[in-house]
Write a protein that binds this ligand. Structure first.
Ligand code: CP
Length: 300
């Protein structure tokens, strides 16, 4: 039976460990392997939003696994002119062996996966970004050698963003401590975090830094929220990750960011560009290895 990845709820802890193992092997053997699980297969990459990391790493990844990537700009598809998601899923299932999709409404990805007879991977919706968070967790494992309750991650900014929501599901899955530091009027998704005592919310960004091993933030104006830019700049301003926040943290705390970063907004240049703190490019590289692992496991 086909398996999709729409959120981290689709992954068990054992499956996550297997993804890490496959990704680590693909990383070690990159450029020196004849592993081609996608040989003879075509993977559709539907994008309704801008992308650098996700598009390039999936496109390169399909090629390195021996498959054929088809980049599909959603605005140029008939789906962008009103063809239903279900009809699109039916048609693409006759041509392709897997679909990777980045779009706005999470419900569209759910509908696509429900109807498609081929595996579907969520490459970002307004609500969830599972591929990003799996790569982030691999990066933490590489740096700390483990991913459990001894690891404390603090997310600063929009506590209801697709990154924050996905971190909540990741903390539930693995047990790492997660602090979400966001303004009172934003908070975080308590529904997603239900029954997870390892997830806490802390309004005060200095208090939230206590004992943190990994700081994490994202741009304050996510794709689709551009009209709210001024208001979001105002409410998230106290949640910039900077030297003041670092002064309240462990000296060896690392900095993660899904990118693109906006220096002077959600992160200071003194954090983003400090190689003792920032591990964002190792994190970005891991997108490629994780995407290859996901496609080989789900579509190979
Ligand atoms: N982090 C992330 O998804 O990057 P892109 O938007 O460039 O794909």
């Amino acid at each position: 039976m086909k398996k999709d990845l729409l959120t981290l709820r689709d992954v068990t802890r054992d499956e996550l460990e297997n993804i890490f193992e496959v990704a680590a092997k693909l990383k070690r053997e990159r450029g020196n392997s004849d592993y081609r699980p996608l040989a003879g297969k075509s993977i559709g990459l539907i994008f309704a939003k801008s992308s650098t990391r996700t598009r390039v790493s999936f496109e390169v990844g399909v090629g390195e696994l021996g498959g054929r990537p088809l980049y599909l700009d959603q605005s140029k598809m008939q789906m962008g002119r009103g063809e239903t998601v279900a009809d699109t899923a039916n048609v693409l299932s006759r041509y392709l062996h897997g679909i990777v999709i980045r779009t706005f409404a999470h419900s569209d990805v759910e509908e696509l996966a429900r109807v498609a007879t081929i595996p579907v991977i969520n490459a970002l919706t307004d609500e969830f970004h599972p591929c990003q968070i799996i790569a982030d967790m691999l990066t933490i494992k590489e740096y700390s050698g483990k991913l459990d309750k001894s690891i404390r991650v603090a997310f600063y900014g929009d506590g209801r963003s697709n990154i924050a929501n996905s971190l909540v599901l990741a903390a539930k899955l693995t047990g790492f401590e997660l602090v979400i530091s966001s303004p009172e009027e934003v908070g975080y998704s308590k529904e997603l975090a239900e029954d997870a005592p390892n997830i806490v919310w802390e309004k005060d960004p200095i208090k939230a830094a206590d004992g943190v091993s990994y700081f994490y933030t994202d741009g304050w104006v996510s794709m689709g929220f551009e009209t709210e830019r001024e208001e979001r700049m105002r409410i998230f301003r106290p949640y910039q990750i900077n030297d003041k926040v670092y002064a309240a943290a462990r000296p060896d705390a690392k900095f993660l960011h899904c990118l693109p970063a906006h220096r002077g907004e959600e992160v200071s240049a003194s954090v983003m560009d400090n190689p003792q703190r920032s591990i964002v490019f190792d994190e970005a590289e891991n997108r490629l290895h994780v995407h290859k692992a996901l496609m080989s496991l789900l579509m190979g």
